[in-house]
Design a protein around this ligand. Structure first.
Ligand code: HEM
Ligand code: HEM
Length: 198
């Protein structure tokens, strides 16, 4: 069945949104789990951490390109709410990009470590030195920015839950796969738009 683009985010945007969630969850699990282990644990896990991070960077950049070329689903929210939501989403994008870029700037394998390769295969360039901050300094900023990202993602998830449980306005359905249900379409005032489309 064809999905109505006025009710759903574009398929590519949805797919890349949920791939971001999976990759980010894996990254957080590694960074706060085995990477914090004793001895050389951080060094041993860093190549995988870097590989997942670079994959995430590719997903986010692709998603941004796709996002810029597609329209958001139609909403009956006020202009202020739409502006606030757009601002928050831009802030999320900027923060995740800042985490990824500072991670790259902070990544300097020790001389005894294997050269940087994605998932052990594809050579990946190390970042050049930028400004006066050392790689250690960037790694420090990187780890701090992760907390801001986690705070924003937490607020974003709470907002998504509020849309499902309290508002029931179809916002969550617009980001998942499958048909939106009629109740939320009506709550959104969009069922008639859908019907007119045929
Ligand atoms: C959204 C993606 C990422 C998240 C959520 C993330 C998360 C983290 C966290 C929480 C830490 C601190 C770990 C600790 O406290 O011991 C950390 C450290 C680090 N991350 Fe990431 N990271 C990401 C992407 C990257 C990328 C793309 C790179 C490199 C290309 C990278 C390189 C590093 C480095 C070098 C450290 C310092 C490790 C050390 O203490 O020696 N990260 N990361
Ligand atoms: C379980 C976790 C998550 C849920 C349930 C969720 C849910 C949603 C929903 C329902 C929307 C549509 C909002 C609207 O149409 O106004 C959305 C959009 C969005 N989400 Fe999430 N999200 C989750 C995790 C994340 C994470 C981890 C990120 C990034 C760090 C993220 C970034 C975004 C962005 C930037 C948008 C705007 C659409 C776009 O430009 O791609 N989300 N999310």
């Amino acid at each position: 069945m064809r999905e109505n683009p006025r009710l759903h985010w574009h398929f590519g945007v949805r797919l890349l949104h949920w791939l971001t969630v999976v990759a980010l969850a894996a990254q957080i699990a590694i960074a706060f789990g085995p990477m914090r282990g004793p001895g050389m644990a951080a060094m041993n896990w860093l190549p995988l951490h870097m590989s997942i991070g670079v994959t995430l960077l590719a997903i986010v950049v692709l998603r941004l390109c796709w996002r810029i070329r597609t329209q958001a689903p139609a909403r009956h929210a006020s202009r202020v709410v739409r502006l606030a939501t757009a601002f928050f989403h831009v802030f999320l994008y900027v923060t995740i990009l800042a985490v990824l870029i500072t991670g790259w700037l902070g990544y300097r394998p020790m001389p005894f470590m294997p050269p940087a390769r994605l998932f052990g295969y594809w050579p990946f360039p190390l970042a050049p030195s930028v400004g006066t901050l050392s790689a250690r300094g960037f790694a420090f900023v990187h780890a701090k920015l992760v907390w801001i990202l986690l705070g924003l993602a937490g607020a974003h998830i709470l907002a998504a839950l509020a849309h499902v449980v309290l508002l029931r306005d179809g916002v969550m359905q617009s980001m998942v796969f499958g048909q939106p249900n009629t109740t939320s379409r009506q709550a959104n005032g969009l069922a008639s738009v859908d019907d007119e489309d045929g």
